[in-house]
Design a protein around this ligand. Structure first.
Ligand code: G3H
Ligand code: 13P
Ligand code: ZN
Length: 312
């Protein structure tokens, strides 16, 4: 099947109490690792591209890699999504360039500006059957070169969600309930917590409306341990516990964003490879196991966190 937007995926995910994985892609091995796992498990998937990824790999290379994944996996729905689009112009560029879904992230702008620009993106994108995600509230961490201090991050107000969705017509919304971007989501000794009360109130105000969780990597401890064992230095890297993500997926969360766990899987594998094979220098030798590490990690998430196996 051709690339799809997120409408059907989210409708089924909401009704079925599961979530779709949205994985950040930056190169061929990442695209292959993710989609091989999804293909084998018959899981729908969102491949997302950040502004940084577009700068690194270039729009054409990334869209063509995703098109290749669509050809190789004809039986699963794949959406190509812009992650954290900071402006109307960037979103329009991606709609024009073949994306089937875009995120307009105006969460750091004044509320009325966020509403206005999101509405403009929706008006344009919907003409081309492209779905639109927006964001309300601010997550701590790094969002595409913009760093948000933990003190400046704030939780989403459910009443504002209702107003925002009604006025903009967005198809899904990212909210801040305690997740954050990157590999250091909680301080050592701090108990990981998510504001499920906010999520519940949002779903009561907007029944059936799909919610997105950014910053939702679990920062899988085995990868952190492997990185540190083979020369890395990532003390105190902590993510969102898997059982919390499972809980969120049963509620209104239909899209779970993962980038850090891909980075960790790849880095842990490559570090181990070089430690054990110091004389090797053919990139295929260390990128093949890195791709397998990504595939295994994505399969694990589909089975234990997302619950979307067999939903294609
Ligand atoms: O939300 C941020 C994603 O992890 C993308 O990161 O902007 O470094 O590609 P990036
Ligand atoms: P992580 O850093 O937790 O993987 O979050 C990724 C993300 O939200 C991409 O938009
Ligand atoms: Zn994000």
């Amino acid at each position: 099947m051709p690339l799809v937007n997120t409408t059907e995926m989210f409708k089924k995910a909401y009704a079925g109490g599961y979530a779709i994985g949205a994985f950040n892609v930056n190169n061929m091995e990442i695209v292959q690792g993710i989609t091989e796992a999804c293909g084998e498990l018959k899981a729908p998937v969102i491949l997302q591209v950040s502004a940084g990824a577009r700068k690194y790999a270039n729009h054409t290379y990334l869209t063509k890699l995703v098109e290749a994944a669509v050809i190789e996996n004809p039986e699963i729905p794949i959406a190509l999504h812009l992650d954290h689009g900071s402006s109307y112009e960037l979103c329009k560029d991606c709609v024009d360039g073949g994306f089937t879904s875009v995120m307009f992230d105006g969460s750091s702008k004044p509320y009325e500006e966020n509403v206005e620009e999101a509405r403009k993106v929706v008006q344009y994108a919907h003409k081309y059957n492209v779905t639109v995600e927006a964001e309300l509230g601010q997550l701590a961490g790094i969002e595409d070169e913009v760093s948000v201090d933990a003190e400046k991050a704030h939780f989403t107000d459910p009443a504002q969600v209702q107003d925002f969705v009604t006025r903009t017509g967005v198809d899904s919304l990212a909210i801040a309930i305690g997740t954050s971007h990157g590999a250091y989501k909680f301080k050592p000794g701090q108990k990981p917590q998510l504001r499920f009360d906010i999520l519940k109130e949002v779903s009561e105000r907007l029944p059936g409306f799909p919610i997105v969780l950014h910053g939702a990597s679990s920062v899988i401890p085995e990868f952190v341990q492997q990185i540190n064992q083979f020369g890395g230095a990532m003390p105190d890297a902590i993510g969102i516990p898997e059982e919390m993500l499972r809980e969120a997926a049963k509620m209104a969360v239909c899209k779970i964003n993962v980038d850090s766990d891909l980075r960790l899987a790849m880095t842990a594998s490559i570090r181990k490879y070089f430690a054990e094979n110091p004389s090797h220098f053919d990139p295929r030798q260390y990128l093949a196991p890195a791709r397998t590490a990504i595939k295994d990690m994505v399969a694990h998430k589909i089975n234990t966190v997302l619950g979307c196996a067999g939903k294609a």
